[in-house]
Design a protein around this ligand. Structure first.
Ligand code: PLP
Length: 451
């Protein structure tokens, strides 16, 4: 890319270190600078329009121009731009939102703790789990199990939960108390001829064996996304969650559902837990709760979690944890308005209907010689690219094919995300059939370019 001196691109390269970017090649390639948004579209500085088929970072449910969210933020800024929830202080928006989240949770829940990002929320859950084990007089019960290819964030503890090599390599992670069990990806990980049910049974047996090996009374919790997102959009195989849940129940291990991507309609139900009949003790939500117009996250917990924590804080005198901006009044007001809009416009039912249409249309690409698997549910999907269909592999360098494919799509005005050689698709919930057609036609055209 040729960058004009003092242009936005040149100043970006001069001054910013970017997340999830090769910091060296970025110096040559430069950034894509986005200037404004409209519905599911964003526009760059030259006015080129892109269909944001990733909803930003799996997160802008209501699209990029929802004025009611802006107005809600503005009203709250004028009324009370900041207050906190430390030391028994509170404010209306956080109270209303906590009540709303407890009442809308898919299983009986009792309390909400507010944080600012998915990572911070998961990090907090890990701390609360240790606190709880100490409260219960089980100080040895501190190990936590998550899954290879799971994504739970990037703080020291949440990156340890994440099961992806790039989040561990050279960061000296994972932390020792965090263990990983196998991913639920049938296409990649099942043995030849192994059915979805048999594969799910195997994964549950492996989990059971890991718990036995470590000692059941040392395992505090299991973390999982109902559908894995950043690990490649992995939809669990039939019977997987009920079998995992049964193992956890057998050993009295807490289940934490990371709904940071799945929550608020993404899988065609309000929560991913409803889609897969998961009964968690803790729900972690973020991203789509404010359509990412404001950084926000929340931990929704049941009494099994809350009661021992309350006892321990009583013993010590205080729960020594909290973030300055946790439950921020502006974020809470935006979240409440966002949830109101999702309900008023029946966007969960819309996601189920348009999602089914998107899944059908995407599966028309499955026979293409470069497509190994099309997978997904509701309004989240991935197209796995391969050069050799029978060996299920792409190019020599993992991610090279996916990288080219997402660049070609970008040229066609579609923003996707390549996770190695899988292209992730996760459009705003407000997407229409016409826009899904635009997306799938773009993908089909890109696959022809790639041949
Ligand atoms: N959990 C899941 C399932 C996520 O997808 C993400 C982010 O993509 C996170 C946690 C971390 O959230 P954040 O980037 O807000 O820290």
């Amino acid at each position: 890319m040729t960058m004009q001196p003092n242009s936005q691109e040149a100043r970006d390269v001069a001054y910013q270190l970017h997340a999830y970017t090769n910091a060296r090649s970025h110096q040559q390639a430069g950034p894509l600078v986005i200037e404004r948004g409209e519905g599911p579209y964003v526009f760059d500085a030259a006015g080129k329009r892109y269909l944001e088929a990733m909803a930003g970072l799996w997160s802008v449910g209501l699209g990029f121009s929802e004025k009611r969210l802006v107005d809600a933020a503005h009203r709250q800024m004028q009324a009370l731009p900041f207050y906190h929830t430390f030391a028994s202080r509170s404010h209306g928006p956080s109270i209303d939102l906590a009540e709303k989240l407890v009442k809308m949770a898919p299983v009986p829940m009792s309390k909400v703790f507010f944080t600012n990002s998915g990572s911070e929320a998961n990090d907090t859950v890990l701390k609360l789990i240790a606190y709880r084990s100490n409260a219960l007089g089980q100080p040895q019960r501190k190990k936590v199990i998550s899954r290879l290819r799971g994504y739970h964030g990037v703080t020291i503890a949440s990156a340890s939960l994440t099961g992806l090599p790039n989040n561990h390599r050279s960061f000296d992670l994972p932390l020792p108390n965090i263990l990983h069990t196998g991913s639920p990806h049938h296409y990649k990980d099942a043995a030849a001829g192994e059915s979805e049910e048999a594969f799910a049974t195997r994964r549950a047996e492996e989990l059971d064996a890991l718990i036995q090996k470590e000692g059941p009374d040392t395992i505090a919790a299991f973390f999982g996304e109902p559908v894995m997102g950043a690990g490649g959009v992995i939809v669990p195989p039939a019977t997987y969650w009920e079998k995992i849940q049964a193992v956890l129940n057998k050993y009295d291990i807490l289940l934490v559902a990371d709904e940071v991507i799945c929550g608020f309609g993404r899988t065609g139900k309000m929560f991913g837990c409803e889609t897969f009949n998961i009964r968690p003790d803790v729900l972690v939500v973020s991203k789509q709760i404010t359509s990412s117009y404001f950084p926000f996250s929340a931990i929704i917990m049941n009494d099994r979690m809350f009661e021992p924590i309350a006892d321990e804080s009583n013993k010590i005198g205080v729960l020594g944890h909290g973030f300055t901006a946790g439950g921020h009044p502006v974020g809470s007001a935006v979240a409440l308005e966002n949830l109101r809009i999702i309900e008023e416009r029946n966007l969960v039912a819309h996601a189920a209907e348009i999602g089914a249409y998107m899944q059908d249309r995407l599966r028309t690409l499955a026979d293409h010689p470069l497509v190994g698997e099309v997978r997904g549910i509701g309004l989240i999907a991935a197209v796995e690219l391969v050069l050799d269909k029978t060996r299920k592999v792409a190019a020599g360098t993992p991610g090279a094919l996916g990288g080219v494919a997402s660049r070609l799509l970008l040229e066609r005005g579609i923003i996707s995300r390549n996770m190695l050689d899988a292209l992730a698709i996760c459009p705003p919930l407000i997407v229409t059939k016409v826009q899904i057609d635009e997306l799938v036609d773009g993908l089909a055209g890109m696959l022809e370019d790639l041949k």
